[in-house]
Design a protein around this ligand. Structure first.
Ligand code: NAP
Length: 198
């Protein structure tokens, strides 16, 4: 398959890209600052230009996203909007514009995260964003068949413990190798409307 991978240059995206390429897929790497296609997925005009450049794609995969982490008493109204834009709006835009661009049996695989179901202090904006993303995936699935859509919702990556480990005391991490398999299952399998909890 020809797969557009948004967030391809990050910790997760690099791993997922290698795994999908090793399985014989052609990867179009998207990120803002490096990669084959340099676009900001939070800007609808750039998403449109990105799809124009990409041409035909069979699947769209996202490992992109960022949210602010701060105590609830410090998060501003703008921080919550930034979390929505940084994690939800860009991924929804990939789907909204991608529906007309990918094949009749094409698929979308988006990234969520454990904070949708297990809160941590300073994580309310991320929890809000992940919950919204997962709700969108379930809702979109019932309208887009036979195209498919799933979310991958991992806990902290083993490989990210050095950076984020202090936020997740006592929570068992998941290795990127396992997270990448959920992407393979979503892209190559037949499931839709699923949230793969890892
Ligand atoms: N790290 C963890 O332990 C963990 C656990 C659970 C869930 N997650 C989720 O997994 C996702 C990836 O995490 P990560 O640790 O791999 O992050 P990361 O290393 O910061 O990678 C993010 C990637 O997305 C790209 N990106 C970010 N915003 C973009 C935008 N607006 N348009 C296009 N590309 C964009 C970045 O490249 P540019 O900056 O060049 O655009 C980079 O390639 C995030 O959504 C995160 O919330 C992470």
């Amino acid at each position: 398959m020809r797969i557009l991978l948004a967030g391809a240059t990050g910790t997760l995206g690099t791993y997922v890209g290698k795994e999908l390429a090793a399985r014989g897929h052609d990867i179009l790497a998207v990120a803002r600052r490096s990669g084959d296609l340099r676009y900001d997925i939070t800007d609808p005009a750039q998403v449109s230009a990105m799809y124009e450049r990409a041409g035909r794609v069979d699947a769209v995969v996202s490992t992109a996203g960022h949210t602010p982490f701060k105590a609830i008493t410090e998060l501003t109204a703008e921080d919550y909007l930034a979390a929505y834009r940084g994690k939800v709006a860009g991924q929804i835009e990939l789907v909204r514009q991608g529906l007309a661009r990918i094949g009749e049996r094409g698929s979308f695989t988006l990234i969520s995260g454990v904070l949708a179901r297990e809160p941590i202090p300073s994580g309310s904006a991320a929890s809000m964003a992940n919950g919204a993303l997962e709700a969108f995936v379930r809702a979109a699935a019932i309208e887009i068949a036979p195209q498919r859509i799933n979310a991958v919702s991992p806990t902290v990556f083993t490989e990210s413990l050095g950076t984020y480990g202090d936020y997740f005391p006592g929570m068992e991490p998941v290795p990127l190798a396992r997270v990448a398999q959920a992407y393979v299952r979503s892209v190559e399998g037949a499931l839709t409307g699923q949230v793969f909890v890892l």
